[in-house]
Structure formats: C-alpha cells, structure tokens
Design a protein around this ligand. Sequence first.
Ligand code: GCB
Length: 560
Amino acid sequence: MGLLPLNGFWDFKIDPEDRGEDEGFPEGFERDYVLAVPASWNEQVPSLMNYMGVAWYARRFRIPERFDSLRAWLVFNGVNYRARVWLNGHLLGEHEGGFTSFRLEAPVEYESENLLVVKVDNRLAPDTIPPGRGLHGFEGPYFDFFHYGGIHRPVHLEFTGNSWVEELSVNTSFRGDLRIKVYTRGREPERVVARLLDEGKVIYVKELEKSGGFYSAEELLRGVEPWDIYRGRLYRLEVDVYSEELSDSVYEDIGFRTFEVEGEKLLLNGREIRLRGFGRHQDFPVFGRYLPEPVIVRDYAMMKRLNANSFRTSHYPYSGEDLDYADMMGFLVILEAPLVGLRREHFTNRDFLEKCKRVIREMIRDHRNRPSVVMYSIANEPQSWFDEARPFMEELVRTVRELDPTRPITYTSHAHMLGRRDKALDLVDVVSLHFYYGWYSFHGDLDQALKRAERDLEDIHRAYSGKPIIVTEFGAGAVAGLHSDPPEMWTEEYQADFLSRYTDLFASKDYVKGVHVWNLVDFKTPQSHWRIVLNRKGVLTRTRQPKMAARVVAEKFKKF
Ligand code: GCB
C-alpha cells in the first residue's frame, strides 16, 4: 500500500578488500562514483567492467510525515548477488540470490533524512547460484553469460498498517474458475476482501473466509474472457486487509487460462498448441543485466514479428516488468530458476540443495499469479547423467509440486549430446532438449549434424514416450555482416541454414511440441577464445537489428 520509488542516482564505492564493515561504511562513506539504479555497475563506468567483488551503494531520502502512522518496508526486486542493508546505521537484514525479490521492515525517520546503505557482493563460489569456481577474476563462471553485479532491479519503499499481506496466490481456468488464497502477517485482520475489476469496473466482491492459516474464496465467474496467445486479457484482482481501518491493499493483474500436459500434448485452454520462440537474456549495453522498458517493448514486438508465441527466461527469473509485459501481450513463458551449471559435487551437498529450494520458493512466490507463466524449468543443463543427480532433482520437483501443483515442470538436458543417458528426465512432465550438432561438433557439416540429431530425437522419444518433447535450445553463431557462399560457420548464411534445416526436422516430428531458437539476441559473455565479445547466436544483434536468420525463422515458425 503506497509506494515510494528509490530508483535514480546512488553513491557507489568498490571495496576490493571487503573492509567496509570494519571501516564504518554502513554509517556513510566517501563515494568513488555516482551510479544509476536499477542497472549493473559494470558498463556504467569502463573501469568497472570486470569488477567482481564487494561494492557499496548509498542514498538519502525523506518521507512525508503523513505516512508516520504506518509501517515502512524496503523492497528490493533483484540485487546480484549478496546484499546487506542498513538504514540509518542499523542492519535491517541480508539476502542471497540475484534474481528474486526481498522485503525488509524499515524503521524510517520522518523528521529527518534517512540514509540507506547497501553492501553488494557478487563474488562467485562453487556454492553460489549459479555456481562459479574462483573467488576473483573471470576464470570463474560455470555459465555462458556475463556475471554482472549491482542493484539491477527497481527498489522502493512501501507502507502497511499492522496487518499486511504476506503472500497471495490465485488459480484460474479458462472456464472462469477463480481460487484465491491470502496469507497475512502481523495483527489478525478483522476482514479480508477481494475485488475483481474489469477495466476499472468492479465485477466481483467477496469477503474471504479464514480456514487453516489463510483466507480464501472459490468462485465460478461466468462471462469472463479467457487469456490467450497474443490476447493478454487481464483482470485486476485487489485484496484489502482491514484491522479497524484499511491496513494493507495489494493487487495482481490476473488472466483466466488453463495450461495442461495431456500425454504427449500441450493444451492451452483445452486446445492443442506447439511452442515457437526463443531463449532470451536480460542483457543490454550500458544497462547490463537490467533490461529497460523500451527494450522490453522492442523485444516482444520482434518476437511477434518472428511469429513466436513463447520464450524461456533462460537462465534466471526475469524482472517483474518483463513478465508484466508477457502477461499483457499474451506470451507463454517457461520460468527458469537460476540453477545453471550444476555439477556432480552439488548433488550431494545438502546445504546447497536447501539453498536451491529457497531460491525456487522465492521465484514461485514472485511470479505464481502470472497467466503468462505456464511451466517451470528448475535447472539448465545439470550433469544429470550421474546417479547422484536423481535424488537431488527429485527433491526439487517435489518442492515445486508442493508449492504449485498447477504448472508442469521441466529442466533442460544436454546429456545426449555428450553420449550420456540422463538419469532424472522421467521425473519431469516435459522433456526439454538442446541440440548443437553442426556447431560444437560436426563443424560446418549440417548433413551429418541433422542425421545425428534425428537419431537422438527418435531414441529419446522411445525412452520417454508419453511425454511431450520440446527443444529449448538449438543455434549457431553469426557475426552480423559476415557472409559466405557456400555457407561457413559464423556467417549469416550458415546460421540461417542451420536454423531452417533444424526447424524442418523438428516440425516433421509430431511428438516435438515446441522449438525455441538459441537466442533471440546476441548477448555479453565472459571473455574467451570461443566468443567474439558476445555470444553471437542471436537472430538479432545486441542492439536488436535482424540478421538473415530472422526472416528465415519467421517463415518457419509460421508453419510450425
Ligand atoms: C547452452 C547453454 C547456454 C549457452 C549455449 C551456447 O547449452 O544452455 O547458456 O549460451 O549453450 O551458446 O553455447
């Protein structure tokens, strides 16, 4: 209830020796730079590009006195990677994980200015999520995207009375079912009221009933329009919590839709569909890991022109703004947790498993009410050919099902490309596969590559018949402007041929229910001999201009 944005310019200082806490930084420090929030620190100042370590942010703010009867909360939507937060010199709390939100109660001053200080630490370790090896330098990541740091998603203050909404969950169907559950904290509310609005007009009001530890209602609403592909029909659900007077008020934009796996089929609103789309990244020059709203708008406009109906939030849950836009535009989203590059040693590490479960819980809490989110991907390319992977994945699957039994679960597997058998794929509802024959092997030889891909597909289909298969990655790098006849690797022609021939193969297999090209856009990676500044597998350049493959993919998707 009541929002005060804290985005804008913040003081910033790096602390390579991690001495700031001893030196009193929480009470204020002398800045090195003034940086913008939200955004990664790396590209705002060239000398920060490769900085991985501890850094400090600070800003002052004032609050109007008319809020002084309320409780104030600081909400951080994403700080990469560890954050510790002080207000007026008092430690409020800390959070680990770069892509989920956290909220801290903030005893603010009303008569004077407040000083907010945040310590951010983005050092990688074998047990960070995603994991990395080293503590310093860029020999670290086990993942193929640049390890940006900073307060890279919006920050705001919000206010409540003495009872407040801790969590809200909504389930719907395209037939008009509506199930609402509200968990409150603080003083026991006198009543909790839900309201559904259609373009500002109230179409449903209900006082929720208390049972167990929560307030709930179930209803069948006749005449609501379903949410569908390219038709992001949204209704606003408002929940008011009263204790004496209005104590908290929250809202979610919801849609009425049903997404199911039935045998080898994917059904949206009872209709069989196939997914066409992309793996993406939240990556843009200067902003780093923060994707500004105009770029979000452009990415969706481009996806629509390319005839895509879906994407995966590879390799971490995306920002609220990005997924709000998916809700509005009617795109289907596979929401992926940041569990990228899990190795054998992770599977037997109990603390690491608990941390993964916490991150997944936070991801679901942040995005569970979105109509666009139709499936969860719990990990990307784990070393799931080891026996130890099975109990680990089993526990993650169980965790997700307990939290949200309504959405199918997947994880992406590349075991087959290494000639291994995946030991956990039977645990999930949808089999997601990656294909890079013709890029990392069979260099430049698409005939052999496609033969091998077809053989793998048939084998995997036989092994998991009865489950839908989707291809969540296949792609080849192309440097925009590089051409050759006959097509050679890194040219626009080779990428176009690669994507065209692979899409034809997938289209010819009935049991392949989705194709996602890797990637929509070229993106920044750690420096290495196998990347040309960026990962060049985008069908668009990093500034969102089409390569030759874009037109080809648009045509193929029309028929998929
Ligand atoms: C993969 C990874 C993705 C990489 C991609 C590539 O399998 O999931 O993060 O960027 O391959 O381009 O190599």
